[in-house]
Design a protein around this ligand. Structure first.
Ligand SMILES: Cc1ncc(COP(=O)(O)O)c(C=O)c1O
Length: 386
């Protein structure tokens, strides 16, 4: 899978996603500072494992990885072996773990590309054993424990036997053991999950230490709320991208800066006469003559049609209102109050726009910010700035 954004310069379309690498750096360094201050063993802070699955939550994993490595990130997490191979093909040599479940038939490729997979059942072990016999190479793996997310992983009842078996297997190179929390803001649920995780990990801790098997469980909100459980590594995702993992405002998030912007240049300016409608269905009718600007971004780019008439943007330092239905490739704004010309930049998401951001869009769409950053399509070229 070749997906090198370095080669994709936005030559023929004036619409793009802007990725601010300085803000990415700021966020990782701020999280590192927080961890250093709050982790249990200050002389031995945990490694940072950056979660760059789904093309770095839409930000571009290959283009962001060098900045992350420069900030001290040690390992990477992806969703599939293909995503891992993409990192390897782009010369990223750090340890990579596939956080999701990988198909047995693809384990051989994980070995070939030096990618660790999550293991949690007998089939995983027997496949690794067969591959070892055939290739003479060990599968790199992290044991995935299911402590209550109930998605994938080994249920805790028979986990000790499984851990012992993996520790004694000569065909697996065990690199880690981990779990994932279903809702860090729910204290009762967190406490139940961490207790189950701790009970199992504690039984094997000295062996894990001796063999440098990394214990890890915290994601973004976990790092802030429960740094006492940093163990050897923390898995940092959404926070490094500058979008909040919290459902409400939270002071822990205050130093983070948004990494993703969404911008397009005006392609057309015209007058909409009083009484005329605009876009499909004429859902907006002008109550006076207004000046309208069109930008070449639409729902095919991931700008949800449901946001029609309900977002604001920034143009030449002024706020503008989106009007009429968002169409597949184009969207219109009332720019009556702005001195503007074709080619001027409309900022839908970005520091210039104080009225809307990924979080406000998520609220309007009754979804989460995680989904929206992943939704912006590859068709919008990513432009990297500092
Ligand atoms: C297993 C696992 N660990 C860590 C993360 C990172 O979570 P967050 O983005 O909340 O930091 C994810 C994200 O979905 C995940 O699936």
């Amino acid at each position: 899978m070749q997906n090198n954004r370095g080669a994709s310069i936005n030559k023929n379309r004036d619409a793009w996603v802007e990725i601010n690498l300085s803000n990415l750096e700021n966020n990782v360094l701020k999280v590192k500072e927080y961890i250093l201050k709050h982790c249990p063993d200050k002389d031995n802070p945990p490694d940072i494992f950056a979660v760059i699955k789904a093309d770095g939550y839409g930000h571009g994993s290959i283009m962001c990885a060098p900045t992350l490595i420069a900030c001290g990130v040690k390992e990477f997490g992806v969703a599939s072996i293909d995503e891992g191979i993409e990192l390897r093909e782009n010369k990223i040599q750090n340890p990579v773990l596939v956080l999701g479940a990988s198909p047995l038939w693809a384990f051989e490729n994980a070995i070939k590309h030096n990618i660790a997979v999550s293991v949690f059942n007998e089939e995983h072990l027997s496949t690794a054993q067969q591959l070892y016999k055939r290739l003479g190479k060990k599968l790199k793996a992290h044991i995935k424990l299911d402590t209550g997310m109930n998605r994938i992983g080994l249920t805790c009842d028979n986990a000790n036997e499984f851990v012992k078996k993996v520790l004694s297997a000569d065909y697996i190179d065990l690199k880690g053991i981990f779990t994932h929390f279903a809702d860090v803001e729910n204290k009762k649920l967190f406490s139940s999950q961490i207790t189950k995780f701790k009970n199992i990990v504690d039984c094997h801790l000295s062996e894990f230490k001796r063999r440098n098997v990394k214990v890890h469980c915290l994601n973004s909100p976990g790092i802030f709320e429960y740094p006492e459980y940093c163990y050897d590594m923390v898995r940092l995702g959404v926070t490094m991208w500058g979008i909040t993992p919290y459902s409400e405002d939270n002071p822990n998030f205050k130093d983070m800066l948004p990494v993703m912007g969404l911008k397009g240049r005006i392609t057309n300016i015209h007058t909409l006469k009083k009484g005329d409608g605009i876009s499909y269905g004429h859902t907006y009718i002008a109550d006076k003559d207004i000046k309208v600007a069109t930008i070449p971004i639409g729902y095919a780019d991931g700008l949800a049609r449901k946001l029609s008439g309900n977002i604001k943007a920034s143009l030449n330092g002024k706020t503008i209102q989106q009007i009429g239905r968002i169409t597949m490739d184009q969207t219109m704004f009332d720019v009556s109050n702005v001195d503007c010309a074709i080619g001027d930049i409309v900022t839908l998401i970005g520091e210039e726009n104080k009225e809307d951001n990924i979080d406000s869009w998520a609220k309007k769409l009754d979804t989460i910010n995680y989904e929206l950053v992943c939704r912006l399509k590859m068709r919008l070229k990513r432009i990297y700035v500092r």
